[in-house]
Design a protein around this ligand. Structure first.
Ligand code: ADP
Ligand code: GLC
Length: 468
């Protein structure tokens, strides 16, 4: 099959979150499975300098964006057999410090989707991801009926909602601006347009697909998701174990695996030393890596850590993240008040992310919602037992202690508050105090297999239901 992905971020070229990992890994796995895969993404600042193999192509695009006319060129990279990355080069829009959060994000990603639609001509399937690529779906409905269209929602909280004056940038007929298509309370809503016009909408876990139908999780679009009926399904993401592996990993001080778990201890000691934590191998070490956003429940985590510290519990915690300035400050203050016990790194650091996964005993994810979540999957493989709120992909991927030590891979809690998390932490500390139980649960997780084979097979099946 000829598959054409459209994504605003792709690892290793650009990344702000799991979308980059997911699209890179899915495209790669589909190419390995024998499909001809192309992925289009913007050429952001710095990419060309970092990846020598990126070459200019003859393709030039020129089309109107509202009253302006914009031109772009295309650069290409072939990182693997059957896999081509197309980079859309439009310096005015994409040669920026930030991937998102610019005043003209509407212009930037409407342009991106229009260009992607033009580049997608020969595909059997066009698979677009999140609001930044969503406009491809209504645009394709205007012409190329032979192409099957799939739209994946990675996070319904980000919708690409802009004032109605931006509608003219899309080039769509005015008739598309109505409440059943792109209009949402008099604004334009790109995510809504993607869902409505796609032959098939998917999201990144079965549980989140159910949650999207409710007012609590649907972010105002629950009616749109409900209307999709059986054409909205959830497929759990996989892990690229060639990136996230513990055996042959330049970021780690010692290899380890389910068959030879001893090396994990050296990674814990090295992490304690790197972060200035007391080098006490006997203390349980908790970790978290995430965007500091409402979604991730960092405030809940902060309160729960305070409670445990006030209660005199002996443990250590390390967090890596950035985002909400208030949370960055509160976390940093906590570390200042508890040197040797709490270490916080504000920023974005992929190498440290690997070392935290490898060094920690437990990985905490108190997310208010989590469409899939990748860190709990990485944590399983890295022997950091996940402590997760029971929502979305966290619910689908972790087996709770209550299921028995033979199968359990983590600890789940239900309510999004610090008391519930505190109880889960209590369970974790109890587990830690029993080395043979701890080793068993850790081993179950390290042996769990979330490789992309299952996920690509499921997407193949879905693609085949809509191929013309
Ligand atoms: P989301 O996409 O909602 O942020 P995911 O769990 O799907 O959540 O994916 C997050 C990805 O981003 C993971 O690969 C994680 O390691 C990475 N990540 C998040 N914050 C940081 C950070 N501060 N430094 C390094 N990697 C980070
Ligand atoms: C989104 C979600 C996250 C998911 C990722 C990749 O960023 O917040 O849960 O893992 O997309 O699909």
């Amino acid at each position: 099959m000829n598959i054409f992905h459209v994504s605003s971020e792709v690892f290793p070229y650009s990344k702000t979150g799991g979308l980059a990992d997911m699209t890179a890994a899915l495209a790669k796995a589909q190419a390995v499975a024998g499909h001809e895969v192309t992925l289009v993404t913007p050429l952001y600042r710095g990419i060309r300098d970092q990846f020598e193999g990126i070459k200019p192509s003859d393709t030039q695009l020129s089309f109107p964006l509202g009253q302006a006319k914009k031109t772009a060129t295309v650069w290409t990279h072939n990182p693997a057999e059957n896999l081509t990355i197309l980079f859309l080069d439009q310096p005015e829009l994409f040669d920026r410090e930030n991937v998102y959060g610019e005043d003209d994000d509407a212009e930037r990603f409407i342009f991106f989707s229009k260009a992607a639609t033009r580049l997608a001509k020969r595909a059997d399937i066009i698979h677009a991801h999140d609001w930044q690529s969503a406009l491809t779906m209504p645009l394709l409905s205007l012409g190329q009926a032979q192409i099957g269209t799939v739209f994946t929602i990675h996070n319904a909280a980000y919708q690409g909602r802009f004032g109605r004056d931006k509608f003219e940038l899309t080039g769509l007929p005015d008739s598309f601006f109505n409440w059943q298509q792109l209009e949402f309370y008099d604004d334009i809503n790109l995510l809504k347009g993607g869902v409505v016009f796609a032959d098939l909408a998917t999201t990144v876990s079965p549980r989140y697909a159910e949650e999207l139908l409710t007012p609590e999780y649907g972010c105002g679009l629950e009616g749109v998701f409900q209307a999709k009926g059986s054409a909205l399904t959830g497929v759990l993401n996989g892990v690229d174990y060639s990136e996230w592996n513990t055996n042959n990993n330049p970021h780690l001080v010692a290899p380890f695996s389910a068959d030879a778990p001893e090396g994990k201890a050296a990674n814990k000691t090295a992490l304690q030393s790197e972060l200035g934590l007391d080098e006490q191998p006997g203390l349980p070490l908790l970790g978290n890596i995430s965007r500091f956003a409402e979604q991730k429940g960092i405030d809940i985590l902060l309160d729960a850590l305070e409670q445990q510290l006030a209660g005199g519990v002996a443990f250590q915690y390390t967090g890596l993240g950035s985002g909400d300035a208030r949370l960055e400050q509160a976390m940093s203050d906590l570390a200042k008040r508890h040197p040797g016990r709490i270490a916080i790194r504000v920023g974005y650091d992929t190498a440290l992310a690997h070392r935290i996964e490898a060094g920690c005993d437990f990985f905490v994810m108190p997310s208010r919602f989590e469409p899939c979540g990748l860190n709990q999957l990485y944590s399983l493989r890295y022997g950091a037992i996940p402590i997760v709120r029971e929502t979305g992909g966290l619910k689908d991927s972790i087996i709770d202690l209550s299921q028995g030590d033979d199968t359990a891979t983590g600890i789940k809690f239900e309510q999004p508050n610090s008391d519930a998390l505190g109880q889960a932490l209590g369970q974790a500390f109890k587990l830690y105090s029993d080395p043979s139980r701890l080793a068993k649960v850790r081993d179950n997780g390290m042996r769990a297999d979330f490789s992309w084979f299952r996920t690509t097979t499921e997407y193949d099946r879905l693609y085949n239901t809509i191929r013309q």
